[in-house]
Design a protein. Sequence first.
Length: 265
Amino acid sequence: MKKGIAVVLCLISCWCYGQNDYVVTTLRDTIRGEVQILLPSERYEEITIKTDDGIRRFKAFQFIEVGKDSLVYRSVKFGEIYKVMQLDSEGYLSLLSFRSDGNYSFGARYLSKKTGEGIEVPTLLFKKIMSDFLSDCDEVEKKIEDKTYKRNDLEKLVSHYNSCIESQTRDMYSDTSSDKKITAKKTPEISPAGEKIAAIKKKLQTIRSSEAPELMVLLNDIESKLGNNEKVPGYMLAALKEQGARVNGVNAEVIELVELLTPKD
């Protein structure tokens, strides 16, 4: 009898975990089900989610966030690919863990700023690399240089840095002097190029083509540049036009996007 109760409780526990799992796609859709994070490959990382409608597979560049077993994972651009990274602490500077060298365990550490900048936490040259990356906070930079903060102090370092940036931002906005006063910006509207990117990405989700993933990655990179108010370089526009021509069903939209992104004389 006790054994039967234990089995039932185990099944209920597993079912509850599955109900709490979710995927937030790049289209901002939230899908709930049972998530599995697959072993990484050299080209991409993937997850699957099991729902009442079946099992769906997503590559890392096709989603923003994943929740599994009460943990949160983010899709992060790492070199030429997108990786699934476990979120350890979040702020202006977030601390994440990821899998390296084909390992399944999330043992390597990564730091990501809200600005889009990010670095793998180094083992060698920790003081030099970290002090350069976090040089916008003098307090933290000095503590790294005098070895108060070492590689084993990442949680304290991240917390201190975030407090420092928060304090600097608060002081900047509270300063009423004429040369430092800042007017709050309105939330920018989505640009025509941003709307076109969203439309193309939505179509790509339904297209089965070996070229679609490459085009999706490029669109994500272009979208990131637009979000940071950066100019999209010519080589990216050329690559966009070339890759768009290889994917049936979106070529016309890609040509329109290239025209929207091309600087007008």
